[in-house]
Ligand binder design. Sequence first.
Ligand code: 8YV
Length: 312
Amino acid sequence: MRIPVIAYGQLSPYLLAGLEQRFAVHALPASADLTALPPAVRHARGLVSFGALGASAAIMDALPQLEIIGLFSVGYDKVDIDHARTRGIRVSNTPDVLTDDVADLAVGLLYATVRNIAANDRLVRLGAWATGKVPALSGRVTGKRIGILGLGRIGRAIARRLEPVAGEILYHNRREAADLPYRYVADPIAFARESDVLIVATSGGPEAARLVDAAMLDALGPDGVIVNISRGSVIDEPAMVAALEQGRIAGAGLDVFAEEPHVPSALLAMDNVVLQPHQASATVETRAAMADLVLANLDAHFAGQPLPTPVV
Ligand code: 8YV
């Protein structure tokens, strides 16, 4: 008998095919209530989920045979990790394989925002350039003080990419990282004040919720730009929208939002904001590598081997 596994939400066809080769897969949409499943599904021993859906304590409790949650994401902020630990449920994620692509998109969003790339693209497409409209001059990236909030794997990859052009790279973290040439700023307000660009690269979860608040945005200031490739929950989104509307910050490049796929409507009308539908890891190569890692974790677990990338 094949091991029953739930595939939760819209997974890539490649990952789904890999799961179907190995397991008895119950594919359930993101809208499914995992706490009220028929007995055949309730006995799943594996659950494949991802960052935006995670797995609540209620879901874990509704699946009495659950042994492993394989996440198709590095972020596990929507998984109740303490509850998984208590229940003895293993959790795996997909670190490292997505680091370069996420860092690339952060840099892309930085340039797109500061150099007005998306707004100028619209200006050309809509024919305004052809009829004489002169595009506004943009800011510049070279020489800027780049503040990275969260200097983990992804934050470091962003810093490495920006080293050749940054005036300075500074960072704010829970702790100072001993091994790096960048300047640590312990106070978040001073950190924002001393940054021209604030790149949010910290992991999500309750500890980081609304870490970037109105005071930090005001410290970043009217010429400051914010980029977020982490989680929407790390920024106080209404405070950010208000700061953009009132010119208290200059612009934003956003891949993530507090209530995805909902994007605050005020942002849609702003030319100084570049919006992405949570695409930082979404390259053909990385999404395949992430799927392979999910499968490797499930394979290892059901073979009684150590997980390649365990969270718990
Ligand atoms: C994915 C992510 O876009 O890794 C993460 O934490 O948020 C992203 O890589 C997502 O998990 C896939 O839907």
